[in-house]
Design a protein around this ligand. Sequence first.
Ligand code: SAM
Length: 279
Amino acid sequence: MLSYRHSFHAGNHADVLKHIVQSLIIESLKQKDKAFVYHDTHSGAGRYDLSDERAEKTGEYKEGIGLIWESDDAPEAIKPYLDTIRALNQSNKLRYYPGSPKVGLSLLREQDRAIFTELHPSDFPLLLQEFRGDRQVKMYKEDGYARLKASLPPKERRGVVLIDPPYELKHEYQDVVDAIDESVKRWATGTYAIWYPVVYRKNIDLITKGLEKLGIRKILQIELGVAEDSEERGMTASGMIVINPPWTLEAQMKEILPWLQSKIAPETGHQFVQWVVPE
Ligand code: SAM
């Protein structure tokens, strides 16, 4: 089933949180000269036109990136992320929003490389078109988990894997846990960043409890909510679960999240950073 199109949701509060965490991990990998890989298992189209009828129909970006992209009081650590958006929008109108592949490639250095997988018959050609000719990236119209399994461990032995499935079906929560189980057996020291939506809170427990049972350590959970948990209102919060996070990430997010919440959901929101499993 491939009915999900990210263009309806590009630039919403969940994208903002996800891409900030992604950019902080990549920036931290850049502290050393040694090359690394950025592996994006569920890539989407790569870049989104917010004047497109799908984005306009939901208007979700107006409640996400629209509230922060021009802020002059943003924490210093999110500057690289905001710069990728400002580079795409040279006027004061917000028209384009980078998907995770574009955020990733904008931040890589020439020695680094990227792997993108996307299965959707409409989004894969858009992804190809966006990055065709870029020698730093390999793109595959394949199952993201199968390609991940085939790619680990990366030859650099350094890098980050972003896992961002659509969660259209309930088994996708368990699929994430199974993918991590397979992946850490091949590459235990990699950083894995898993995005999740809070629609039914018990589904998030499936991921966190499933990961705990794998016996791996250093699992950090980061969440930003715009409303209280509710089973009737769709996505009320979203988060990132990061395995082997850079040591700076917890402190950075403790500074960034209160600021983000104050911009995006000052009255109704919540935020936290907590260890699912500490070191
Ligand atoms: N990571 C993107 C971003 O942040 O810009 C958004 C990705 S969107 C949430 C999820 C994507 O996964 C959709 O474009 C969907 O077509 C794709 N997808 C679904 N199942 C997949 C699979 N098994 N392998 C690879 N991609 C898949």
